[in-house]
Ligand binder design. Structure first.
Ligand SMILES: [Zn+2]
Length: 304
C-alpha cells in the first residue's frame, strides 16, 4: 500500500488546498468526457451496489459500457480496504471514472483517501464546501496532490453540472446550488444525482434533509425514480411525504449500520415507506444490496 505523509501544519495546508481546489474547480466546470480505458464488458447491464459498510454510504455504479462511479466512501480506511476496493476488483475493474463525495461528513468520505491512494480516479466530483475536519482536509489535500500530478481532474458539483459517464446513461446533478454550499450545513448541501437508464431511474440523495428536499421540489424536476437511496440513513429529518409523492419509488434502499447510535432509520420514515407499499432494503439487515437493470426491468438482490 502506498503511504502518503501529510504535513503537520494543517491549517496552512488547508488554506493552500482550498485555494488550489477553488481555482481548479472553476476550471473544471463544463462538459466532462469519459476517461479512456479498457473496461470489462457489462453486456448492456447497469449494476448499482449499495455496499454494506456499516453506518455511512458507499455506492458503486458499473455502467452498461463498463464505466465506473463511486458515490461516497464509507467511514474509514477499513471500509475502503475491506469492502470498496475488493468489490471493485471482484467485478474486474481497476480504476474509477468518477468518484463522488456527496458532502464532507466522515461517514461519506472516511474511506476516500485510501481509495484515491489505491485506485486511479479520473474525475472527483465534490462541492468544495468549507469544512474543517481532519478527514476532509486529508481528502482535499489528496485530491489536490493528484491534480498537481496530472492524474485526476476535480469537478465542482452544482445543479446542472454535466457528467458524461456513459452514453447509454443520463446522469443529472440536481443539487446543490451555491447558496446551499455557502450555508455550511453539510447535509443540506449534499450532491443529489438522478441516474437514468432507459425507463429505469435511481435517485441518490446523500444526507439531504427537509430543507434540501423542499428546495429540490421547488425546482420542478421530474424526480420519478423506481429506486430511491433513502437520504441520511433513514433519518426522520428527511424523506418527507412531498418528496415521496414526487419520486414515487418502488424500492427504497437504506444504508445504515446495525445498532447505530443515531437511531437510524427512524420508525416514521419506515412507516411512510410501508404505507406506500414500497419495498425496503437495509444494509444492516441484508448486507450489500445490488440492483441490476437492462433499462427496461430491474432486479434487486441482497447479500443476506
Ligand atoms: Zn451520513
Amino acid at each position: 500500500m502506498r503511504k502518503h505523509k501529510y504535513p503537520t501544519v494543517y491549517s496552512r495546508q488547508l488554506i493552500i488546498a482550498l485555494f488550489i481546489l477553488t481555482s481548479l474547480l472553476i476550471l473544471g466546470c463544463g462538459l466532462i468526457n469519459p476517461a479512456t480505458s479498457t473496461p470489462p464488458p457489462q453486456d448492456g447491464t447497469l449494476t448499482v451496489l449499495f455496499l454494506d459498510i456499516g453506518q455511512g454510504d458507499s455506492i458503486l455504479v458499473f455502467s452498461p459500457g463498463g464505466r465506473t462511479m463511486l458515490i461516497d466512501g464509507g467511514n474509514s480506511s477499513r471500509d475502503a480496504n475491506e469492502v470498496i476496493i475488493p468489490t471493485l476488483q471482484a467485478h474486474g475493474y481497476t480504476q474509477l471514472d468518477y468518484l463522488v463525495a456527496t458532502h464532507p461528513d466522515q461517514d461519506h468520505i472516511g474511506g476516500l483517501v485510501d481509495v484515491l491512494q489505491e485506485v486511479p480516479v479520473h474525475y472527483a466530483l465534490l462541492t468544495g464546501q468549507e469544512h474543517t475536519t481532519q478527514t476532509y482536509e486529508n481528502f482535499l489535500m489528496q485530491v489536490s496532490r493528484l491534480k498537481n500530478e496530472g492524474q485526476l481532474t476535480p469537478v465542482q458539483a452544482r445543479r446542472g453540472t454535466s457528467l458524461e459517464l456513459d452514453p447509454a446513461l443520463q446522469v443529472e446533478v440536481l443539487a446543490p446550488d451555491d447558496e446551499a454550499v455557502e450555508s455550511l450545513d453539510t447535509n443540506n448541501a449534499s450532491i443529489i444525482i438522478r441516474l437514468t437508464y432507459g425507463t429505469v431511474s435511481f435517485l441518490f440523495t446523500g444526507d439531504a434533509e427537509a430543507e434540501e428536499e423542499s428546495w429540490l421540489l421547488a425546482q420542478g424536476d421530474d424526480l420519478r425514480s423506481q429506486i430511491l437511496k433513502v437520504s441520511h440513513h433513514g433519518s426522520k429529518a428527511g424523506t418527507g411525504e412531498a418528496l415521496l409523492n414526487a419520486v414515487q419509488p418502488e424500492v427504497a434502499i437504506i444504508s445504515v449500520g446495525e445498532g447505530n447510535r443515531y437511531g437510524h432509520p427512524s420508525s416514521q420514515v419506515i412507516e411512510r415507506l410501508v404505507r406506500r407499499g414500497i419495498s425496503i432494503y437495509r444494509t444492516d439487515e441484508q448486507g450489500t444490496i445490488t440492483v441490476t437493470t437492462d433499462g427496461n426491468g430491474y432486479l434487486v438482490t441482497s447479500e443476506k
